[in-house]
Unconditional design. Structure first.
Length: 227
């Protein structure tokens, strides 16, 4: 009975998100997330929303550094802009420095082909419209079968499974959430390229409130506040 309830709930959420997911964010101007590694604050990933007529623009700024014995062993500094018109993704651009390596994505919607055209540091070519940008502001990532890397433009097929409904505590506040598992569809990928995330979403607010994964330590993105 519980499994049937979860399937019904999942279908209800995803049907809504497919039909009008950007409308869920029409009253959102900012989402602030803090990045933790091994429970230590190391940076942030913040999203800023602009709404004008039928267009929504999201700007993202992400920065964090991992230090060991006083030396920086891993760092990310990234800026991105994402645009939707009439609830459809039409443009994405990002520039990222991962350690000393530069990565980038330039994506645009081609009306004639009815596809995305991607020029990225890891992929150049066409992509179907059912792909989503792999950003944490957008709960539509939980209903997609594949995502586009916001750092390099590579396309990654994925599976998403609803695990359970639970209560978690963040910044002294309790959240009634749905706990999902997002993984790479291809199990033969190298470990460093596999998707393997636990994601907690607040279905009442239509917001992802926490993401957790393991890679050179235990990482978490936590929703600090939104406006």
């Amino acid at each position: 009975m519980k499994k049937v309830f979860y399937i019904f709930l999942l279908g209800l959420i995803f049907t809504s998100s497919v039909q009008s997911h950007t409308s869920h964010y029409k009253n959102i101007s900012k989402i602030e997330m803090e990045v933790f590694r091994n429970n230590k604050l190391i940076g942030y990933s913040n999203y800023y929303f602009e709404h004008r007529d039928n267009t929504m623009t999201i700007k993202n700024y992400t920065q964090f550094k991992v230090k060991l014995l006083g030396f920086i062993i891993f760092s990310i500094s990234s800026e991105a802009i994402e645009k939707y018109q009439d609830n459809k993704l039409v443009f994405f651009k990002s520039n990222t420095f991962q350690n000393s390596k530069e990565k980038f994505v330039n994506l645009k919607y081609d009306k004639n082909l009815n596809k995305f055209i991607i020029d990225g540091s890891s992929f150049k070519g066409e992509a179907e419209l059912d792909n989503v940008i792999g950003n944490w502001w957008n709960h539509k990532i939980l209903s997609a079968s594949s995502q586009i890397s916001p750092l390099s433009g590579s396309i990654k097929e994925q599976t998403v499974r609803l695990l359970k409904k639970e209560t978690i505590k963040l910044y002294d506040k309790n959240h009634e959430v749905l706990h999902f598992k997002l993984k790479s569809k291809n199990e033969n990928l190298p470990k460093e390229k596999k998707l393997n995330f636990d994601i907690w979403m607040d279905p009442k607010k239509d917001l992802i409130v926490k993401i957790a994964y393991e890679r050179m330590g235990k990482w978490e993105y936590r929703l600090k506040k939104f406006e």
